[in-house]
Design a protein around this ligand. Structure first.
Ligand SMILES: Cc1cc2nc3c(=O)[nH]c(=O)nc-3n(C[C@H](O)[C@H](O)[C@H](O)COP(=O)(O)OP(=O)(O)OC[C@H]3O[C@@H](n4cnc5c(N)ncnc54)[C@H](O)[C@@H]3O)c2cc1C
Length: 477
């Protein structure tokens, strides 16, 4: 069995000595920096949950010595897709944060599983064999893989070939018998700093004269030429300190601009190189999974926020008065979950054997994900009162001079200390406006809201719906 513990995982990431920068300086050790450590703890929690026998059915695949983490698996059935949504909810309930990379790497493996199979069947390439070997390696070593699609894209109104700087879409700059050299970057890559590997896919469809950009591959994040710039999240500086002001005191998330400065990729790790007709296929399969999974993620984070709001209501002596609003929060999270489960349940197998969710329902889920969690946030802030946006810090509470006064005026009902109340309020603050805010996850994760809307429009089948209405209204064609 290859299931790393959280400690083994964190140690293995530390040993990689990746070239990562934050706030203008190189991070000497990503396992020690307060900000990145929390992100590693979040991903690390997946490792620990997976070793817990109670979660074995949900979080592992394979038998005996061949058992591996579900995050490195290919979805082989409808049940696997449904499980995927359940896993997302479980992990978000336990961490309260986005633990991308592992989920994006999971999506990338599945999207490429399908696309490389299609390419090999039609073009006679051997990408699928390479990918299968790579997947076995990742499973065997229990590696965390980031999944990278998003190019910096420059001027969005221009096509990749029209960009003044071609590197704003990652591309192949050299190719020989041994492999390729790639240049460019991928933006906002979830959990890159806590990942062993990065699986890179094309970010959009490309025309014949944009073939250089149609590339998919995987490299370790400490490969020569790979540089990460870890994003500064709003309120992220609180995470650098050992203080409950950070809100979520146990876990965090991170994203990074991952730059590829002429990085060599050996041939066996290249899964697409110039097949521009297949680039859009990888993107659509990746986002299909991601748009479904987000329903599970946001339901799980919504559960945490609902619990925090219920505690604040209790501490303020308002449990009874807040029942309707808390019920509404539960409804909103369950609605997201139900949509994601529906998208999974209506999924289908692709010829590669990998299963994918129903396209329309996955995009409906994503659209709800761009709206409903904002209402969950609003209700949590409403229940918590103004203190969610205006409260003293831990330093004030611990100050010998003003601490007792903060205690006196922030104390809750029935002997609840000011510290308890502030801790919960700061958790809410971080999830609505701080580094763990739900909005970061839900609006653009898996593509912009407009992209999901466009797919819904394409799949609306208005003509057949008009026909239904005509029949019932007794109208002839
Ligand atoms: C917290 C977080 C984690 C993320 N993690 C990952 C990750 O792990 N891997 C990854 O690959 N990506 C990741 N992303 C990136 C995410 O997938 C993108 O943000 C998303 O696809 C939108 O792309 P964009 O940010 O470039 O915005 P854009 O695509 O530029 O969208 C901005 C706005 O412009 C509109 N727009 C764009 N182009 C046009 C056009 N031509 N005409 C008209 N309107 C247009 C859009 O509809 C939208 O309203 C993450 C993002 C976030 C916020």
């Amino acid at each position: 069995m290859t299931l790393k513990s959280k400690e083994q995982y964190i140690e293995s990431i530390g040993k990689m000595k990746t070239e990562a920068y934050m706030l203008g300086k190189r991070i000497p050790d990503v396992t020690k920096n307060g900000f990145t450590r929390l992100a590693l703890e979040g991903i690390g929690q997946i490792y620990d949950l997976s070793r817990d026998e109670r979660n074995a059915e949900m979080l592992t695949r394979g038998e005996g010595s061949g058992r591996f983490n579900v995050y490195c698996s290919i979805h082989r059935s409808r049940e696997d897709l449904v499980n995927r949504v359940r896993v997302a909810r479980l992990v978000c309930q336990n961490t309260g944060v986005c633990t991308g990379s592992r989920c994006c790497g999971w999506d990338a493996l599945n999207a490429l599983w399908h696309t490389t199979f299609e390419m090999d069947s039609r073009l006679g390439t051997d990408y699928h064999k390479r990918l299968a070997k790579y997947a076995t390696m990742v499973q065997g070593k229990d590696l965390a893989c980031a999944g990278a699609l998003t190019d910096p894209k420059g001027n969005r109104a221009l096509k990749p070939r029209q960009q003044p700087d071609k590197d704003v879409y990652l591309r192949v700059v050299e190719e020989d018998r041994k492999g390729i050299v790639v240049r460019g970057a991928k933006s906002m890559i979830g959990g890159a700093v806590g990942s062993h590997e990065i699986i890179v896919q094309p970010g959009t469809g490309f025309s014949e004269d944009e073939r250089d950009h149609a590339v998919a591959f995987a490299v370790p994040l400490n490969s020569e030429g790979v540089v990460q710039v870890v994003n500064a999240q709003p309120g992220g500086e609180a995470k650098l300190k050992d203080s409950f002001d950070k809100g979520n005191v146990r876990f965090g998330s991170s994203e990074a601009l991952v730059i590829f400065n002429d990085v060599f990729v050996p041939k066996e790790r290249v899964f697409m190189c110039g097949e521009n007709d297949y680039a859009a296929e990888v993107v659509s399969r990746f986002v299909l999974l991601h748009r479904m999974v987000l329903g599970g993620c946001l339901a799980g984070c919504g559960d945490v926020l609902t619990g925090a709001a219920a505690l604040l209501a209790e501490y303020n002596g308002l449990s009874r008065q807040m029942q309707d609003r808390l019920t509404e929060m539960t409804y909103l999270s369950e609605a997201l979950y139900a949509q994601a489960i529906g998208a999974a349940y209506e999924g289908k197998a692709s010829p590669s054997g990998a299963w994918f969710p129903d396209q329309l329902l996955a995009n409906v889920t994503k659209t709800s994900v761009t709206r409903l969690p904002y209402e969950v946030q609003r209700l949590a802030e409403d229940i918590g009162g103004g203190m969610i946006s205006a409260m003293p810090s831990e330093l004030d509470l611990k100050s010998p001079k003003i601490g007792p006064l903060v205690e006196k005026y922030y104390r809750g009902t029935h002997g609840v200390t000011a510290e308890k109340k502030l801790r919960v309020a700061k958790l809410v603050e971080s999830m609505v406006a701080g580094p763990g805010r739900l909005g970061a996850l839900c609006l653009h994760g898996g593509g912009s809201p407009a992209a999901a809307q466009m797919t819904i429009r394409q799949l609306s089948e208005l003509e057949s719906k008009k026909e239904l209405a005509r029949k019932l209204a007794g109208i002839e064609h």
